[in-house]
Design a protein around this ligand. Structure first.
Ligand code: BDR
Ligand code: CA
Length: 310
């Protein structure tokens, strides 16, 4: 089996970090590069975090490219209440011994996708600023597939209407959905059913060096979720669901849908309006949207793959 080549465009972030680790632990995918964006924290911090995570995994051979430091229109706002001041609070991860590449993330994306004639999957797990810029600056670029974490059919998490990644740069997100590419949206409707519970965390803690760092990440991340979502059994592993979907497509059910981002600037700014019921006058589907997931199998995959890294 040839692994699926992927680039993760991320804003680590606890769940982004676990998505990176899941990717390097999985023979079904080949992580060829990492690009960073401002989101959970400033781009300086998310870039530093990506480098620290790859170093933890012993994968400093995977290049990291720094991307956009602010959204198209919205004033930048980060999420220290969820991810801490560093963006990756919890474990004491050493500073990286490597640094990011000089090329800008958007130029790297264009170059890599072109060199592969589009045969690569983009996995955005942060605000879509880099990917929106990529299509604005390089209209010829057509990646084979995009599997992104963002949006919701139902309730948001940053506002009642909007999920954080789309809320953080709604105009960039709308640019991406308008491209008409093979785009899969992994939203809160599935990620809130893809949780890591305390028992999973404890199994990872007992599974060696990287497992214990992931458990410390989970300890910090769980504090916010236990308070905000007492009804959820565990903490949602948003970003790793994208990678898990590429590893094992049978975990998540998708439906064809029309997705349109609310760019009105009002209280629903950043909401993804998702029609997956073929309503009239909504147009042709522009995305596949996650509608269900086998949460138990997903959590087992995370524990197994993280435990295999040492
Ligand atoms: C998304 O927002 C961030 O806090 C997470 O890393 C994830 O990408 C969930 O809404
Ligand atoms: Ca993220």
């Amino acid at each position: 089996m040839t692994p699926t080549p992927i680039i993760i465009d991320c804003d680590p972030g606890h769940d982004d970090a676990i998505a990176l680790l899941l990717a390097v632990a999985s023979p079904e995918v080949e992580l060829v590069g990492v690009t960073t964006v401002a989101g959970n924290q400033t781009v300086d911090k998310t870039t530093n975090n990506a480098l620290r995570v790859l170093e933890l995994a012993g994968r400093t051979d995977i290049p990291v490219y720094r991307g956009a430091d602010r959204p198209f229109l919205r004033k930048q706002d980060v999420a220290p209440h969820v991810h801490g001041e560093s963006g990756l609070d919890g474990p004491d991860l050493p500073q990286p011994t490597t640094r990011e590449q000089d090329e800008h993330a958007v130029e790297y994306l264009a170059r890599e996708i072109r060199a592969r004639d589009g045969r690569i999957t983009l996995v955005p797990t942060g605000p879509l600023t880099n990917v929106g810029l990529l299509f604005a600056l390089h209209p010829d670029i057509r990646p084979e597939r995009i599997v992104l974490m963002g949006g919701a059919i139902g309730e948001g998490n940053r506002t009642p209407a909007a999920e954080f990644n789309i809320w953080a740069d709604p105009e960039a997100a709308q640019r991406v959905f308008l491209e008409g590419l093979d785009t899969t949206m992994v939203g809160l409707d599935v990620t809130h059913r893809a949780t890591i519970k305390d028992e999973h965390t404890e199994r990872m803690r007992g599974a060696g060096r990287i497992g214990s760092v992931v458990a410390e990440l989970m300890d910090f991340y769980a504090r916010f979720h236990k308070k905000r979502y007492p009804d959820l059994d565990g903490s949602p592993m948003h970003d790793p669901v994208c990678v898990a979907h590429l590893i094992d497509p049978s975990l998540m059910t998708v439906a064809d849908a029309v997705v349109e981002v609310d760019c009105s600037g009002g209280p629903s700014w950043g909401r993804t309006n998702v029609d997956h019921r073929n309503r009239e006058h909504f147009g042709d589907p522009n995305a596949k949207v996650g509608v269900d997931i086998d949460g138990n199998r997903f959590a087992e995959l995370i524990v197994e793959r993280i435990a295999s890294l040492n």
